[in-house]
Design a protein around this ligand. Structure first.
Ligand code: CTP
Ligand code: CA
Length: 222
């Protein structure tokens, strides 16, 4: 991807791109997270920049983020939400490739949890996190909202439901648990489903190429 090879179709547009699985603390040394690597989000942030956008990348894995982007580090779903909301009014588009934990520990321990002799069970109480995209969808003022739907079954039906429930303009559906593509892979495949019902399949390709396909499609709708 050479800069000269791309037209600046996103010039003047402000993008918020999120990446990585959020981390919910259990105690000062432990957290709950998920398998999201952040790679798709980084590729999307890079693609938007190559197309001329002003990009803020909000990520749980800032050390792995590509150079030359404005990076905002976060850990938890609530921190991710706050970081997006602080920039939402000024944004033209939000692309949520991050995998926010749906639940957090109700009361994280202030000190490291120690094993107790004779106690073979540890119970953790989880409470629901806010649905960031659904909240953004409710107060949308012209921003283009894109999300991902990682599903293990009924891919298109589940993705459509999320598109509608969260008031999205685009959802990218991908099947998880397949040998090709997915979480830690450098490749991915899926389907773009737009608000107007248009479905555009994306063949198996590198996450870099897929990001270009997605950002180009968004540029045509901004
Ligand atoms: N998402 C979000 N806030 C959450 C959870 C998810 O904004 N608390 C976003 C994700 O970044 C993704 C989209 O919503 O772009 C769909 O995420 P997904 O986990 O597939 O869907 P959920 O709505 O969390 O539903 P479920 O996990 O129950 O399938
Ligand atoms: Ca979820």
């Amino acid at each position: 991807y050479y800069r000269h090879a791309h037209s600046q179709v996103l010039k003047g547009k402000r993008f918020i791109v999120t990446a990585g699985g959020t981390q919910e603390p259990i105690d000062p040394v432990r957290f709950i997270s998920n398998r999201s690597s952040g790679k798709m989000g980084y590729a999307l942030a890079k693609a938007a920049r190559l197309l001329g956008a002003e990009v803020t990348l909000i990520t749980t894995k800032p050390k792995l983020a590509p150079k030359g982007l404005k990076v905002v580090p976060v850990a938890t779903t609530e921190q991710l939400q706050a970081a997006i909301e602080a920039r939402y009014q000024q944004a033209d588009a939000v692309v949520m490739a991050a995998a926010p934990a749906d639940f957090r520990i109700a009361t994280p321990a202030q000190q490291k949890i120690k094993k107790v002799a004779g106690e073979d069970e540890l119970k953790l109480t989880l409470v629901k996190n806010p649905d960031i995209l659904a909240t953004l969808g409710k107060k949308k003022q012209g921003q283009f909202l894109a999300g991902f739907a990682a599903e293990t079954q009924d891919l298109e039906v589940n993705a459509q439901k999320k598109l509608q429930h969260k008031h999205l303009d685009l959802i990218i559906a991908n099947q998880v648990g397949q040998p090709e593509g997915g979480f830690d892979s450098d490749q991915n495949a899926g389907k773009m489903i737009f608000k107007d019902g248009t479905v555009q399949p994306i063949a198996l390709m590198s996450k870099e190429q897929m990001a270009m396909v997605i950002m180009t499609a968004i540029s045509e709708r901004l």
